[in-house]
Write a protein that binds this ligand. Structure first.
Ligand code: GDP
Ligand code: IMO
Ligand code: MG
Length: 478
């Protein structure tokens, strides 16, 4: 009898998705939470949403932290797969605001396991400070696990990051100065990088660090004319970190794959955004990791066949911190309509004012494509509530042609002029809207236009930073 129900599950889901009968859906989901029924259904090749990637579709700061926290209420495991403490994710829980840099945004739910995957670069001192800060706020951080293959940010990385930027007259990237570029640089160059597993082995750590510090000191003293680092003090400092972190370090690929196989819900939390991706971003004005959805596989040791959905987090306008091209940027004082007020567009990590501009549909299509986004979460709609007219970029004019596909060449991009459509504003407070139908018709038209330009349906709309200021159009886990 029960088996029959499991057999008919996909058909029923299809029907339910059609008529949005969430009560019946809940009954069957409840059934499938029992491992034996889940396994029967999985064996028969029916697809279940067990793993979801959350990816930023612009230049970071889209609101990934808020959405990861929101969806984490139903997740068993939340996994960061790239980046480091260059990230700044804000999560508002009632009147408190948490600023997370390394720890996954799922940590705020008691009992959720959180993982820093092998693709993350870890500054152990920063991580311990963040964990202590969370513990002081009463957050249980015992669920954090760290990949034994993750690379470690060492004291010379932030120093080299800043020296590199300071010594450039032109083409500064405007990095966060957290040592991210030099740490990934060492990882890919291979000679001078240390992984968490090396940190835990005293003899290996000392041997490798001795030759690495020698090489780094040569660079610092001979090229930059700066003082070198003292090997003994790094050894002492990092041995202390190793002692405090060792219980959390494990083979996280095993952990995550086991969770997926047993039907647990796994959420992969991207940091940064697609246009900061070292392969797909506005290179060289990017970060050094792979925030796009593919990074969730390489950065965790989970195969692409195990990923069910890719949720694209996209702001209803655009922002960027640091240098680099930004076709729809607003360069006059009217930018404060987006940056100030409810926008609060100031960096979480460095406090820098974010550059702001109109929604860019060319970037939306590009990002949806390179990530294989299955649905969108449109953020910060409320920031547009008081605008009389809203511009939306539908293509670029380049010389005598119209470009719809985001160009690789920054020279071409610099010559592109956005083609704007103007849409009337809704001039209504949207923060209280709890359902799609409660949004003003003009706001729905604007959102529909975003869906059209990105060729992707909308799963959620965020109308404020609080958890309850979120409209669900489609259940992420179904
Ligand atoms: P992340 O790096 O992608 O996690 O984003 P950040 O936390 O750096 O920046 C997003 C900012 O927008 C934070 O201050 C959030 O509290 C805020 N935020 C998130 N969603 C909304 C929303 O729907 N409306 C408004 N007004 N603010 C939001
Ligand atoms: P979240 O996760 C916005 C930007 C920096 C700089 C470039 C390279 O909060 O969305 P890096 O220090 O990574 O070498 O800097 O990338 N950048 C971000 N911008 N949000 C972020 O993270 C960012 N992380 C890095 O400003 O332009
Ligand atoms: Mg941020």
């Amino acid at each position: 009898m029960l088996e029959d129900r499991v057999i008919f599950y996909p058909l029923i889901i299809e029907r339910i998705n059609f008529c949005h009968n969430s009560k019946v859906l809940f009954d069957f989901k409840h059934l499938l939470k029992q491992k034996k029924y889940f396994l029967v259904a999985k064996e028969r090749g029916w697809i279940f949403v067990s793993s979801v990637v959350v990816v930023g579709m612009q230049w970071g700061d889209e609101g990934k932290g808020k959405i990861t926290d929101f969806i984490s209420s139903q997740a068993d495991l939340v996994v960061r797969y790239q980046g480091g403490n260059n990230a700044g994710h804000t999560v508002a829980v009632e009147d408190k605001e948490f600023k997370l840099h390394l720890v996954p945004s799922g940590i705020l739910y008691q009992g959720t396991l959180c993982v820093l995957g092998n693709g993350v670069v870890i500054n152990p001192g920063v991580l311990l400070k963040e964990l202590n800060g969370l513990s002081k706020e009463g957050i249980d951080v015992s669920g954090l696990r760290i990949s034994d293959r993750a690379h470690v940010i060492m004291p010379y990385h932030p120093v080299l990051d800043k020296l590199d930027e300071d010594n450039r007259v032109t083409s500064k990237i405007g990095t966060t100065g957290r040592g991210i570029g030099p740490a990934y640089g060492d990882k890919y160059a291979r000679y001078d990088s240390l992984r968490m597993i090396d940190l835990l082995d005293e003899a290996v750590f000392e041997e490798r660090l001795t030759s690495i510090v020698e090489a780094k000191n040569k660079l610092l003293t001979k090229l930059y004319g700066k003082p070198g680092f003292d090997l003994t003090s790094i050894l002492t400092e990092y041995r202390e970190y190793a002692g405090q972190l060792k219980e959390m370090v494990t083979d996280t690929s095993v952990l995550i794959n086991k969770a997926i196989k047993s039907g647990q819900k796994v959420l992969f939390e991207g940091a940064q955004g697609t246009l900061l991706d070292v392969d797909h971003g506005t290179y060289p004005f990017v970060s050094s990791s792979s925030p796009s959805a593919g990074g969730a596989c390489t950065g965790t040791g989970v195969g692409p066949t195990q990923i069910n959905k890719v949720l694209g987090v996209i702001k209803s306008y655009s922002t960027r911190v640091g240098e680099g091209p930004f076709p729809t940027e607003i360069l006059d004082d009217s930018v404060s309509k987006l940056r100030d007020g409810r926008g609060r567009e100031y960096g979480v990590t460095t406090g820098r004012a974010r550059r702001c501009g109109w929604f860019d549909g060319v970037i939306g299509e590009y990002s949806a494509r390179v990530n294989g986004i299955t649905s969108l979460v449109v953020m910060k709609l409320d920031v547009l509530d008081e605008l009389e007219t809203i511009k939306i970029c539908t293509g670029y004019r380049y010389k005598n042609s119209i470009i719809k596909e985001f160009p690789a060449s920054l020279k071409t991009l610099a010559e592109c002029r956005p083609i704007y459509e103007e849409m009337p504003g809704w001039l209504t407070d949207t923060t209280k809207a709890k359902e799609w139908q409660k949004l003003p018709p003009r706001a729905r038209d604007y959102l529909q236009r975003i869906a059209e330009l990105t060729q992707t349906p909308i799963a959620m709309v965020s109308v404020g930073w609080r958890r309850d200021e979120t409209i669900i159009v489609e259940d992420v886990w179904s």
